[in-house]
Design a binder for this molecule. Structure first.
Ligand SMILES: *[C@@H]1O[C@H](CO)[C@@H](O)[C@H](O)[C@H]1NC(C)=O
Ligand SMILES: *[C@@H]1O[C@H](CO)[C@@H](O)[C@H](O)[C@H]1NC(C)=O
Ligand SMILES: *[C@@H]1O[C@H](CO)[C@@H](O)[C@H](O)[C@H]1NC(C)=O
Length: 265
């Protein structure tokens, strides 16, 4: 009996570790990092309306009753005028990665609305040269996976290449030799060009996509850059020469006219 229940709890542990927690099926509100978000909810409530994080129903973020509204946690706000009209929206200021997730609004303990907040994936174009390293910032400390989608026409592969969970970094054999710090992919080749996405495993959402192009500087551009400096030097030398000639001409002309007046005297 004991072994049965312990293996059951192991199963439950495995289950809760490896499958995302089930949540209400609501379409997420997506905002940009550091923007404000307004989670909407409307209805009738004669008593206390509270917003909480979905899985922490005891931790009130903000609440309203007939007399007033209170921000219990900084950065979460409800408006009393709106509450009186049956608009129980919650405004969250400065949305960062820690504020992603599911929220719930209740009236005197009875569930009114569920809402999900997401951050628009950050998108960073990266241009590097062959043999250079690609550095990917992970942004969050939650477990993530790194997904590679090739943009090389000959080889359109895609899939997970690494996972990062706390201090533990695991990459497929193809990549493990090339990844040093969690974020650095060494020896990039033109055929490594593509989109590298950092995906939050727990919430199954992309948080950052790097569009990477690995390319040598075109050689004609190089030649052009090389020619820029000599052109300036050339122009400078010409200006110097011309001014020297002008000064010389003036001096010679003056001394000639002095000679002439001396001769006339
Ligand atoms: C509800 O209140 C929020 C502010 O809390 C406001 O932004 C929103 O426009 C209101 N919605 C309606 C339908 O009035
Ligand atoms: C990468 O490829 C997968 C499957 O091939 C696709 O579902 C996903 O949308 C692609 N991601 C990007 C950023 O192109
Ligand atoms: C195509 O993909 C395979 C396996 O991922 C790899 O060994 C090969 O070098 C790639 N070819 C090119 C041209 O990138």
């Amino acid at each position: 009996m004991r072994s049965c229940s312990s293996s059951l709890s192991v199963l439950i542990l495995l289950f809760s570790t490896f499958t995302p927690v089930s949540h209400p099926d609501v379409s997420p509100l997506k905002v940009n990092l550091l923007d404000a978000a307004t989670l909407s909810c409307s209805g009738r409530c004669p008593g206390l309306v509270r917003w909480t994080v979905f899985h922490k129903p005891m931790d009130t973020l903000a609440e309203c009753d007939q007399t007033s509204c209170r921000s219990v946690k900084e950065g979460y706000q409800m408006i009393h005028d709106q509450y009186l009209k049956g608009n129980f929206s919650l405004t969250i200021t400065g949305v960062d990665f820690s504020k992603r997730g599911w929220y719930t609004c209740d009236c005197d303990g009875k569930d009114l609305c569920d809402a999900r907040l997401q951050i628009q994936p950050l998108n960073t174009p990266v241009q590097i040269k062959p043999t250079e390293s690609l550095i990917l910032k992970l942004d969050i400390s939650d477990p993530v996976e790194v997904i590679y989608n090739s943009t090389v026409a000959a080889n359109r592969s895609s899939g997970q290449i690494c996972t990062v969970d706390g201090q533990s970094l695991q990459c497929t054999s193809e990549y493990s030799q090339r990844v040093s710090a969690a974020l650095e992919l060494r020896g990039m080749k033109p055929s490594d060009s593509g989109v590298y996405s950092i995906k939050d495993k727990r919430n199954d959402e992309i948080i950052h996509a790097y569009t990477v192009t690995v390319q040598d500087d075109p050689s004609d551009l190089d030649g052009c850059k090389g020619a820029v400096v000599p052109v300036w030097i050339f122009v400078l030398v010409v200006i110097l020469l011309v001014s020297v000639i002008v000064v010389l001409a003036v001096v010679i002309r003056q001394s000639l006219s002095v000679n002439r007046t001396e001769g006339e005297l």
